[in-house]
Design a binder for this molecule. Structure first.
Ligand code: ATP
Length: 248
């Protein structure tokens, strides 16, 4: 069956503070129900690309000045972040994981504040999230500030799931986590993708991990896509091996 394109980013240019040109014509497509990885080094433009999609640029004094972004065929570059949440697009920000002074469960519940389908539905989603993240259930009453980095990353993803998203924009999930925890987080992402049909666009500097879990990958360098292809193909590409996997 043909897969439809959920997100279509077409030649976008992003400028910060009116003068700093950061994305120089980025195009990418995310098919519905897939995991797409955005890779590349520090400052390549991964976070900026996610912000452009979720409309979080304004707070950073950034703007899309060229190109277009469409979600399921609808142009979205003039919408607000709240509009994007309403359309089921949730960004999990890099680093800023949880509200430290709230418990894990309170953090998760903040993710459901835009829902209008009632307490019972929210409670059911909470149980579902705990099913995917049993560690969070154990730590449900713990103050987030006193949980581990891995638990906080799980909490941030869990909070996004509380909104019943169609697509999650996941920024640098591996950042600051031990390899084993990174793997645990990626396994859950795969599960959520396969069992719940959540589409993921993830930004990740850890190329080898991203290519193990993604269906398709894009490599950014200095605000441009320099390569893209099925993950299996990128894993075997000589340049990717040499420059990004360190195995060439
Ligand atoms: P990292 O993994 O380090 O976050 P990245 O690939 O996500 O890297 P971006 O965060 O998108 O890259 O940054 C791309 C470029 O834009 C960098 O040169 C960065 O310094 C610049 N930049 C990011 N945010 C702003 C901002 N609010 N104002 C000005 N320049 C910015």
């Amino acid at each position: 069956t043909a897969t439809s394109i959920l997100l279509d980013v077409n030649g976008i240019e992003v400028i910060y503070s009116h003068v700093i040109l950061v994305l120089k014509g980025v195009s990418l497509q995310v098919p519905e129900g897939r995991i797409v990885a955005l890779m590349g080094g520090n400052g390549a433009g991964k976070t900026t690309t996610l912000r452009a999609v979720s409309n979080l640029l304004a707070g950073e004094r950034g703007a899309v000045t060229k190109g277009s972004i469409a979600l399921a065929g609808e142009r979205i570059e003039r919408l607000s972040t709240a509009d994007m949440v309403e359309r089921g697009v949730i960004q999990v920000m890099e680093g800023r994981r949880c509200f430290g002074h709230l418990s894990i469960e309170e953090n998760l519940l903040t993710g459901a504040y835009t829902r209008r389908d009632g307490k019972a539905a929210v409670a059911a989603t909470l149980e579902k999230v705990y099913g995917y993240f049993p560690r969070l259930k154990v730590r449900r009453t713990s103050q987030a500030a006193y949980t581990s980095g891995g638990e906080q990353q799980m909490c941030a993803i869990g909070r996004a799931l509380m909104a019943n998203p169609k697509m999650v924009l996941l920024d640098e999930p591996s950042m600051g986590l031990a390899p084993q925890i990174v793997e645990e987080v990626f396994e859950i992402v795969r599960d959520l993708n396969q069992k719940e049909g959540v589409t993921f666009l993830l930004a990740e500097q850890n190329t080898s991990m991203a290519l193990r879990y993604a269906d398709h990958g894009y490599i950014l360098e200095s605000g441009r896509v320099v390569m893209d292809g099925p993950a299996a193909m990128l894993r075997e590409n000589e340049d990717v091996k040499e420059f990004y996997l360190g195995t060439g």
